[in-house]
Design a protein. Sequence first.
Length: 299
Amino acid sequence: MKQGRIETITTRIISTTFVIVALAVFKPFGLDSWHWQAYVHLAAIWLIGISICMVTDIILKYIVKMPRSYEKGAEYIIRRNLCFQLINTPLVALGICLYRHFVLSDRVEGNLFSVVNFLETLVIIAFCSFAIGLYWRFKFRNKYLTMELEEIRKLNEQLKKHPQVSLPKKGVEGEVVLSGTTNESVTLHLSHLLYIEAVGNYVKVCHLNNEQIRTDMLRATMKQMEEALQGHPMIVRCHRAFLVNLGQVEQIISHSGSTQLLIKHCHDSLPVSRSNMVQVKAAIQQGHSDAFIDYAQRK
């Protein structure tokens, strides 16, 4: 069995056990009326929780299309864990509600299934999930940071080993014209574009002109710029306020949980939001693959 699989099972067992311990301490759902039999019911609820965790993993893998993978990076793992909690918590609450209705309602009539009972159970399970989630986040924090740093290192290697990815692809060589809502426009070579920044109702186009850094202001939106450059995969949105030419990225820097792109020539640092990091990585990896293919064809 793979190490990742063992770690996931261990995590699920510990998390479910934490919930059961919390239920054993506070004894909701009238468990105190069952005396020693309450621990038998808690064991049954533990089995229900483990089973639902397995079902949730199946849902994530085959329906949500988010299989377990450590190769996709820390960001993917964090998003998958969040999706797991969002799906698993109401399912566990439903499973416990059904157990309350069919098994625990003999001595406590209040355990009969109802919307109120479901919401009550959901709140309890959600609180336990939140608490255990904080624990795992703290426990795996260093591991996630290490994974992120390793990802950044590999991306930097791809940028350095294949500088030809910064050049325009065959078929899109030449100039591009960027225009806004006015008659003003900027004409530049695609490979000379450094980045575009949103500044109020304008965008700042930073590019090379005769080996000098030049900035032009256009009255336009980032959406208009994205549409104008959507045929060029190395031009991506790295932040809500920035479009960047990944071919002009000198280095990717990770510091205190934030990621920045150091731009060649001007040495400006652009922020990378977590929501955009996935497409930045995908574009660099795709550019790396395309550059390798182009090089092989030339050979």
